[in-house]
Design a protein around this ligand. Structure first.
Ligand code: HEM
Length: 354
């Protein structure tokens, strides 16, 4: 059998030498490993490892939803506590230091709140990457599932960069709004990922009464308007993240009315969907998800009015952001129930992968 020799005075600098029968190839460790060969090695390793169970993949995908929603809420805590520029630069917290430092101008609490939010990005990233690795290790491989899983860590990278841009542009209102809107997209996609675990690559098949999908699609468009209008209310309101940040120069009341009007249109479309579900060809699952969505929207709308009438107290503002993620999750969950993608017969996982 071939053995590796440690020859005194050997100047091969890491070149693999053998004694005994010669190996067909002598390879230097300094040679770059081509990407394709790296992929093959990872695939071989994953093929040898035990297949990730559906339960594990689902738990991690749910953790992705939870961490994506959580970071949107902690982002709002940064804003309402005025800690947005607690760390004055990015990726360092203060020039020359990755972590908070004693500073005559910047309170330690503000630095730690902003820094804590940055640390949470690391947790969100690890969970997102784990979801991707699990999807990659799943056999047979499914494109739809894998694509969604890939978007999770990719989205975290995009968000980390956007967060940095937001700090560098001194929390300009629209940078905060874009940063938040990307978060809402990530929450939506994470819910799709949870559902993709049980789905294949076949084209989606509609479920539920005729017209439901169209109505829900219209309501989702209105929901996007509702969320964008919400970020504009925030942009004009007092919770900028730093007292010196210039605000969007439109009266808050006007924007809040537009924001609330979007909610009423959204609610109206949902009520029409409810009528369809009651009178048409529905399923208990669709109805359950619909009821949860209506309850979340009504609770969130009530909270919106209360925070508006009480002068946007900090706690309610963060709860309102939590409620917004709840509305997105409930809407995406109902949307997923109206369309399923079958797993092609040749791609049904073996019992070991279940
Ligand atoms: C389904 C219903 C609703 C959803 C999904 C929703 C969502 C949002 C979102 C995403 C924001 C921006 C958060 C941020 O940029 O950090 C926001 C802000 C706000 N919303 Fe709503 N909202 C809803 C209903 C309402 C209603 C009915 C009102 C009543 C006027 C309202 C009042 C406000 C106010 C005052 C703000 C600004 C808070 C601040 O100063 O940061 N919302 N909303």
């Amino acid at each position: 059998m071939a053995t590796v020799s440690a020859i005194p005075g050997d100047e091969s600098h890491g070149t693999l030498r053998t004694t005994g029968p010669r190996l067909p190839v002598t390879r230097s460790y300094h040679q770059p490993v081509p990407l394709e060969s790296l992929k093959t090695r990872i695939d071989t390793l994953l093929d040898r490892a035990p297949a990730p169970t559906v339960r594990l993949r689902r738990a991690v995908a749910i953790a992705v939803v939870a961490t994506q929603a959580l970071i949107a809420v902690t982002g709002s805590v940064v804003r309402v506590t005025g800690s947005g520029l607690g760390c004055t630069t990015w990726p360092q917290c203060q020039p020359g230091s990755l972590v908070p430092v004693d500073h005559p101008e910047f309170a330690a609490l503000h630095q730690w709140i902003e820094f804590g939010n940055r640390l949470l990005t690391g947790v969100v990233g690890i969970v997102a990457f784990a979801a991707f690795v699990l999807a990659y290790a799943t056999r047979p491989r499914r494109k739809h599932y894998l694509r969604l899983a890939f978007l999770m860590p990719a989205g975290v990278v995009v968000q980390a960069i956007l967060g940095g841009v937001t700090v560098r542009l001194d929390l300009l209102w629209w940078t905060v709004a874009v940063h938040f809107m990307v978060s809402t997209i990530m929450v939506w996609l994470a819910v799709l990922l949870v559902h993709a675990i049980d789905e294949g690559d076949e084209p989606p098949v509609r479920r539920g009464p005729a017209g439901l999908s169209g109505l829900l699609l219209a309501s989702i468009v209105v929901l996007v308007g509702l969320l964008v209008a919400g970020t504009m209310v925030t942009g004009a309101g007092p919770h900028a993240g730093d007292p010196k940040t210039p605000r969007l120069d439109i009266p808050v009341e006007t924007l809040a009315h537009v924001h609330a009007a979007f909610m009423f249109v959204y609610l109206g479309l949902l009520l029409a969907a409810g009528v369809l579900l009651r009178t048409g060809n529905s399923t208990p699952q669709l109805w359950r998800r619909y009821v949860v969505l209506i309850a979340v929207v009504i609770a969130q709308g009530s909270l919106g009015f209360i925070q508006f009438w009480t002068g946007v107290p900090e706690l309610l503002v963060s709860l309102h952001v939590l409620g917004a993620t709840g509305v997105i999750i409930a809407t995406a969950t109902l949307w997923c129930a109206t369309r399923t993608r079958a797993i092609a017969p040749n791609r049904i996982p073996t019992p070991a992968g279940t």
